[in-house]
Design a protein around this ligand. Sequence first.
Ligand code: FMN
Length: 287
Amino acid sequence: MEYKDLIAKIKSIRNYKKEEVDPETIQKLTKYFEDSKRLVKDIGIEMILMTRDEVFDNIKNIAGYNDIMLDAPQYLIFLSEEKDHFLENTSYAAEDVRLKAFELGVGSCWITIGNGDAVKEKLNIKSDKKLTALIAIGFDDNKNKVVYENVSAYNPSKANVKIVEDNTTERLKISEVVYMNKWGNNADPDDLTNLGLLEAFFYARLAPSTKNRQPWRFIYDNGMVMLVLRKDKDINEYEEKIDMGTVMLYFQLIVDNTLFDLEWKFGKPGKDYEVPSEYSIVAYCVS
Ligand SMILES: Cc1cc2nc3c(=O)[nH]c(=O)nc-3n(C[C@H](O)[C@H](O)[C@H](O)COP(=O)(O)O)c2cc1C
């Protein structure tokens, strides 16, 4: 896939045509999901498709921002074994499927599920696995979009839902999210170009996040890239972990495309980077 192009263009779709996605396209998505790379090996994960009739009324008061459930003709539901980093792993796989869907002309949007167990019960899904993601899919009806906007990435609680003319969301600048050698030392894009990492950071920061809060920062230090995540009081652990998986996917897709195969490690390296208390280093990789 032309990941750069897809990442640059994909956006959350919140208003859908009534028609369902055809079985052939669904089959392509399923095949893509089955063959695609995982963030963590050895975690059993499944993707199932459900229709509006099976989903919408059953969970319209328990899923979505402020319990506003998105009305779509179909939904992708992800189920996962509960193992270390299973939510990040689902996020990585599900966002990858969103990119494939977009390539095939199918729009999509994450729907937050504070409690996957409640959604699973309401949808009457019998499985030993946890319900880890819910994604609306369908064809964009190109009407005005309901967007979480006016979101300050520094203060997501100011976000509010409203109808806007176009569905463009903003992202922080590279220099605001990438620090060189130590916390707060804003990266110079020229230095990142010399390191061959400018594009990876450029596209990584376009990842979707809950309420577009863009909680991620990176520290580049001597061949290592640290992923740093902010904790926000209005955001639950589920949303935090999903927001982490999407950015790990985007960064990895671009590095794998341009430089070499990269592997994220969870946790933090030995050195103390003195990150502020609301942030923590959650993963790192060797670049
Ligand atoms: C974990 C997660 C949960 C989300 N939940 C919702 C949701 O419930 N309703 C909604 O309209 N958008 C939801 N979104 C979409 C984000 O608001 C959207 O990705 C972000 O505002 C950036 O916009 P964009 O995807 O169009 O670039 C969610 C995104 C993520 C990653």
